[in-house]
Design a protein around this ligand. Structure first.
Ligand code: FAD
Length: 517
């Protein structure tokens, strides 16, 4: 029953198999792909037909319907898309469990004695993840969207004419359409890898047993987050990265801190790694890796691939409607998120650029304005922060130093180490910093990176400041409660204010004070 029912339920062309087939996954599927779902009779014509019910599609459909539009939403696999089913939600549930392991491991520092090493019950923590995912899935459920007034069609959507999309053998006529079909894990053409078999984000959350030895290929955000979590659960993890360092997009100082943390968690990192082939030998998989002038064979029980995402553009009939795309970058859109067919828009991971849930969400809002209301909202106007949920986290918004230099923007950089922030000292979380770049000669923030255990919770203050033009001087004058780690940000405000105290101003103050003595 187990795998077979799951496969049957996961009808359509999606590749994710919902396993194990327990009560939580049944509840999940009941919400996001109800087996007994009956597609509605299509309306004569829709204001908007949305293909894909991940974050981009859901936000577009709910928002447009709320404003009075007649909307059809089509999902071939699981509503909620990657974020709910095989992305943010399950990964963050595991990361939380991994933090609990680290906390127990380090409890001695706080005078709390835990006899022996923590025993991790992998099956229990995976069950917790499935339970929480099922609970959160109500928000994205087919029934909820139907109750909002959206016509929900389960099945694969495909353009068949200038104003029609086919799903489940029916033709849906649209005034405007939105492609929100997301992306999937990229493959790697390493000889023997496909034959040996490997996990991706689409399968790793279905594990019921922790691999004893694991190779994670790709030290981007997904690779680093999962490598650290699985290492903390007890897997012997080797993290392989083709580039010379982990998290290549991030600020190098920030990546170095996370690299140190991964080493502390026992992860073996191999950078500048070239994997020449993979072979199956008995029950193991052996990776042949060249790095640092030598070669070695790394035997493991499982391989997890996290080497980027490719857009879901196949089988959509895009050629038939004149929507241009690049198979690697995604659907071509202009700044208003219009494709090369002016009646068809695209949003989220299927488009080139940032692949984050909140980006999909805000792109969806742009599409609603521009597709339905002749709006002129621009994607380039969005300020998009992000966070990598390693421990410590790295959160970032705006420009890195190198971006500023490339654009010829002169910046002054302020750095506050958490070593000197009282709350971080008291929490035993001093590994990190806040780094803020302001445009030289002003207090205008152009970029910021935070490395801290809860960096993602600290960053919104700086994103808000950037979006609304609040300078570092104003942050200095904003009271932050003591003791908080966010005080690090206020301290940088003070550091900026001190730069305003030029020798001339100081001499004036000196004279005034001498006169008042
Ligand atoms: C492991 C992992 C962790 C992540 N963690 C984070 C995080 O912490 N924070 C964050 O912001 N982002 C995170 N992301 C990224 C985030 O999941 C994506 O950016 C987000 O899900 C994109 O939403 P979307 O709607 O564009 O696409 P998707 O979520 O991929 O949804 C697209 C939907 O379209 C459907 N579809 C495709 N083709 C068709 C078709 N022809 N007909 C009908 N339906 C179709 C798919 O089945 C899918 O449900 C993570 C991703 C991964 C893989």
């Amino acid at each position: 029953m187990r795998g077979e029912s799951a496969r049957q339920t996961a009808q359509g062309t999606g590749s994710t198999i919902v396993e194990p087939w327990d009560a939580h996954n049944r509840a999940l599927v009941e919400n996001v792909h109800p087996p007994a779902w009956v597609n509605p009779e299509p309306a004569p014509r829709y204001n908007l037909v949305v293909i894909g019910a991940g974050t981009a599609g859901l936000v577009t459909a709910a928002g447009a319907t709320g404003l009075g539009a007649k909307v059809a939403l089509i999902e071939r696999h699981l509503m909620g898309g990657d974020c709910l089913n095989v992305g943010c939600v399950p990964s963050k549930a595991l990361i939380r469990a991994a933090r609990a392991v680290a906390d127990v491991r380090e409890a001695g520092e706080f005078g709390v004695e835990v006899p022996g090493a923590p025993r991790v019950d992998f099956q229990a923590l995976m069950e917790r993840m499935r339970r929480l995912r099922a609970r959160i899935s109500k928000t994205d459920s087919a029934r909820r969207f139907r109750d909002l007034g959206v016509d929900v069609f389960l099945g694969a959507g495909r353009f068949t004419g200038p104003d029609t999309v086919e799903v489940d053998g029916r033709q849906l006529r649209f005034r405007k359409a939105v492609i929100a079909t997301g992306a999937r894990a990229a493959a790697l053409p390493i000889p023997g890898l496909a034959e040996a078999g490997y996990l991706t984000n689409e399968t790793v959350f279905s594990l019921t047993d922790l691999p004893r030895r694991l190779a994670v290929i790709g030290a981007g955000p997904i690779g680093c987050e999962l490598a650290q979590a699985l290492a903390r659960f007890g897997a012997a993890v080797t993290l392989l990265e083709a580039l010379p360092r982990i998290l290549p997009v991030e600020d190098p100082d920030a990546a170095a801190r996370v690299e140190k943390a991964l080493a502390k968690d026992g992860i073996r990192l191999v950078v500048a790694a070239s994997i020449t082939r993979v072979e199956r030998a008995g029950g193991e998989k052996v990776l042949h890796v060249g790095a640092g002038g030598g070669t070695e064979a790394i035997p493991v029980d499982e391989i997890l691939l996290g080497v980027g995402r490719v857009p879901n553009v196949d089988g959509l009939g895009l050629e038939a409607v004149g929507v241009q795309y690049d198979p690697k970058a995604g659907v071509k859109v202009d700044d208003r998120l219009r494709t090369t067919n002016s009646r068809i828009f695209a949003a989220g991971d299927v488009c080139p650029g940032y692949k984050f849930t909140h980006n999909s969400d805000f792109q969806a809002r742009i599409v609603i304005q521009n597709a339905l209301f002749l709006g002129r909202a621009r994607a380039s106007a969005l300020t998009i922060p992000w966070c990598t949920y390693t421990d410590p986290e790295i959160a970032h918004v705006g420009l890195y130093e190198k971006d500023a230099a490339a654009r010829g923007i002169r910046v002054k950089t302020f750095v506050q180490e958490l070593e000197d922030v009282d709350r971080a000292i008291l929490d035993g979380e001093t590994e990190g910093f806040v780094k803020i770049h302001v445009r030289e000669g002003t207090d205008r923030i152009v970029g910021a990176t935070i490395v801290a255990r809860h960096a993602g919770e600290m960053l919104p203050e700086l994103t808000l400041a950037m979006v609304h033009g609040i300078g570092l001087g104003k942050i200095a004058r904003t009271i932050h409660s003591y003791p908080t780690q966010a005080e690090a940000i206020r301290k940088l405000g003070d550091a900026y204010s001190r730069t305003r105290l030029t020798p001339f101003v100081k001499s004036l103050f000196g004279k005034w004070l001498a006169w008042n003595r």
